[in-house]
Write a protein of this length. Structure first.
Ligand code: NCD
Length: 304
């Protein structure tokens, strides 16, 4: 199959057009309903985590293996010989990419995936670079929103929590700005959405507003996207001051729209009370499972 994504790098969600995003979502939907256990037969995928990950790493490995491919790589760069011997990222990437058909990388530094792409000629997929971007999370978020709302256009969506360091909200807001959604931002002042994202939204004429509580907007939402404060990106005292600013519990969902879905990229710390889990609005566990199909769709389009 020839397609516009064949052999492309996926570094920022902004590298993808609306039509390309839609192609990934329809492919994900098809793979969810019609598994293709041979599609990546004989393909080797490098999965290199220079920053810790559980969900993304296991979801990616599952996606590859359920398509018949093989995963090589590591999940804790600190324990690898490359970190211990002081090899540069460029050299590590060149070598590992020469063994594989695609290169999935998570790294604590912003821009690391873009750099990696300069040293390889196989598709590089950004699995999260510092507080910058997390495009494959966005693909599963979009897939989940589409699955639950039957559309991506003109939705009311609130982003709550760490909008400054949360890479998932940066990528998702950029992607949904192609679909004319209304955004509501709710964050501690110190963790507000970065200016460069707000400027992009202004340029595209997207409506957004800033609020000081979830209650202010919850009844008019289609999607409530909760996030945790990114503890690892600041020091402990600062974290203690800022954590637990916005907590969702089931009482707050009494008058919401029937179609509301509460999403969270996970891990949850304390921002969603477990009493929300039993409401019909909780969809974060299904969202995490959708990561398999969204990542499968991406691999299928990049490699076949
Ligand atoms: C997110 C991440 O790593 O940015 N998690 C994930 O990929 N599922 C969100 C987070 O860590 O808070």
């Amino acid at each position: 199959m020839n397609n516009p994504l064949y052999q492309k790098n996926i570094i920022s969600i902004s590298d993808l057009s609306r039509a390309e995003l839609e192609l990934i979502l329809t492919t994900a939907q098809s793979l969810k309903h019609n598994p293709q256990p041979e599609l990546l037969k004989n393909k080797v995928i490098a999965s290199c985590f220079f920053e810790a990950s559980t969900r993304t790493r296991l979801s990616f490995a599952t996606a590859v293996q359920r398509l018949g491919g093989t995963v090589i790589g590591f999940d804790n760069a600190g324990n690898t010989s490359l970190a211990q011997k002081g090899e540069t990222l460029a050299d590590s990437v060149k070598i590992i990419a020469s063994y594989a058909d695609a290169f999935f990388i998570r790294h604590p530094q912003e821009g690391a995936a873009r750099l990696a792409a300069e040293f390889t000629n196989i598709p590089v997929i950004n699995g999260g670079d510092g507080s910058n971007q997390h495009p494959t999370q966005t693909l599963l978020d979009l897939f989940t929103i589409y699955e639950t709302q039957n559309r991506l256009d003109n939705l009311n969506i609130a982003f709550v929590g760490d909008l400054k360091y949360g890479r998932t909200v940066h990528s998702l807001a950029q992607a949904l700005s192609l679909f004319n959604c209304n955004f509501y931002f709710i964050a501690p002042e110190a963790l507000a959405m970065p200016d460069y994202i707000l400027e992009e939204l202004n340029e595209k004429g997207i409506n957004y507003s800033v609020h000081s509580s979830i209650e202010e907007v919850v009844d008019s939402l289609d999607v409530l996207y909760m996030t945790r404060v990114q503890k690892e990106r600041f020091d402990e005292t600062e974290y203690q001051h800022i954590k637990s600013a916005f907590l969702l519990n089931a009482d707050m969902l009494e008058n919401v729209r029937e179609n509301l879905k509460v999403l969270h990229p996970l891990p949850r710390v304390d921002e969603i009370n477990i009493n929300v889990d039993k409401t019909p609005y909780a969809y974060y566990f299904q969202q995490a499972q959708n990561g398999i199909y969204a990542r499968q769709a991406l691999l299928a389009l990049l490699l076949t």
